[in-house]
Design a protein around this ligand. Structure first.
Ligand code: ADP
Ligand code: MG
Length: 338
């Protein structure tokens, strides 16, 4: 017979990290979501070596109180839900209380924050299972999280990382997708000395799309607006502008970026015969529907959703796209380049 042990917290967190933190882009996504949940209007992401050496996220949200800083890095510590039923009325991107402890378990993390009520900020370092004492710092209201040397203590994970430029590409794509979902937030992505993305945060979606995708794509877009059944709005490319990959599919469900094979296939069905084979459209589509119609809690990364009855959604999407492609009167969004 073998003796049964309860895993120590560091080991448990390193195992949990495998599901939440696969690579720099997953860290960036989780930390940006936290910044958004904290009511930030400015979020800056700074990276070194594609995020493998350093990821630094600075926001101007409401911050974390000094006494809560050591709690925030504990497993299942969240300010966003209290009971399972709260998931039915969830208005935040996070709720699992897993990101900070998972990231801290596989990196050297520094967490600094100041709330409006406090004249000074406080900072805390986590390395392995060691949590430092709080240190007083001068800082503006908001939170800054620095994640150094990702996977330094889990070499098997580190081996799966791609080159810094590959990792950077994934981060850049994700920040662009999230920025599109929140035109009211000013995002900035800087890699070493290079600014890769900067959005104005002035509520203008077409300006964000312009910042992320540039002029050619933006000018090719046609507006989508559909109000029968699930609400669908956004932009899709005209039939002349296609791409060789599905990388330009952006689906958002109730404001959250999601991946969905169902939606991708429906999109392609709608374009079928209108664009050449092996070419793919550009789509930025926001779906609004009642939370009972899908399940968002199918995977820790929260990227995939399960629709309970996809048929009506599929029909609505195909209609919405045909309407948009057949009506040239609603084309190019207004772009102001400042
Ligand atoms: P979750 O987001 O699921 O609640 P996390 O581990 O990501 O879990 O974060 C734990 C808690 O730390 C959050 O519930 C929140 O209270 C706090 N927190 C994390 N990041 C920030 C931030 N940028 N600003 C304010 N509070 C934050
Ligand atoms: Mg979170």
């Amino acid at each position: 017979m073998r003796k049964i042990n309860i895993l120590d917290p560091l080991t448990a967190n390193q195992i949990a990290a495998g599901e939440v933190v696969e690579r720099p882009v997953s860290v960036v996504k989780e930390l940006i979501e936290n910044s958004i949940d904290a009511g930030s209007t400015r979020i800056k992401v700074y990276l070194e070596e594609g995020g493998t050496k350093r990821i630094q996220i600075t926001d101007n949200g409401w911050g974390i109180e000094a006494q809560d800083l050591p709690t925030a890095v504990q497993r299942h510590a969240t300010s966003k839900i209290i009971s399972f039923d709260d998931l039915n009325s969830l208005s935040t991107l996070g709720f699992r209380g897993e990101a900070l402890p998972s990231i801290a378990a596989v990196s050297k993390m520094t967490l600094s924050s100041r709330t409006e009520e406090s004249p000074v900020g406080f900072s805390l370092q986590v390395e392995g299972d060691q949590i430092s004492d709080l240190r007083e710092i001068g800082s503006p209201v908001g939170t800054e999280i620095i994640v150094d040397n990702l996977f330094y203590n889990t070499p098997a994970r580190k081996k799966f990382l791609k080159s810094p430029s590959n990792e950077l590409g994934m981060v850049s794509e994700m920040v662009g997708r999230i920025a599109i979902s929140r035109p009211d937030i000013a995002f900035e992505l800087v890699h070493e000395r290079r600014t890769l993305l900067k959005t104005p945060g002035n509520h203008n979606l077409s300006q964000v799309i312009f910042s992320v995708y540039g002029n050619e794509i933006t000018r090719s877009l046609t507006k989508v607006e559909y109000k029968h059944g699930p609400l669908i709005r956004g932009y899709i490319s005209n039939v002349q502008t296609t791409r060789s990959t599905r990388q330009y599919y952006n689906f958002y469900l109730n404001g959250r970026f999601i991946k969905s094979k169902d939606l991708s296939e429906a999109l392609e069905e709608a374009y079928h015969t209108r664009i050449p084979q092996k070419r793919y459209p550009i789509a930025i589509l926001f779906f609004e529907m009642a939370p009972e119609l899908f399940d968002a809690n199918v995977h820790p990364a929260k990227l995939e959703v399960k629709f309970k009855d996809f048929q009506p959604i599929k029909e609505a999407l195909i209609h919405a796209i045909h309407n948009a492609l057949n009506d040239p009167s609603v084309s190019i969004p207004q772009i102001k380049t400042n």
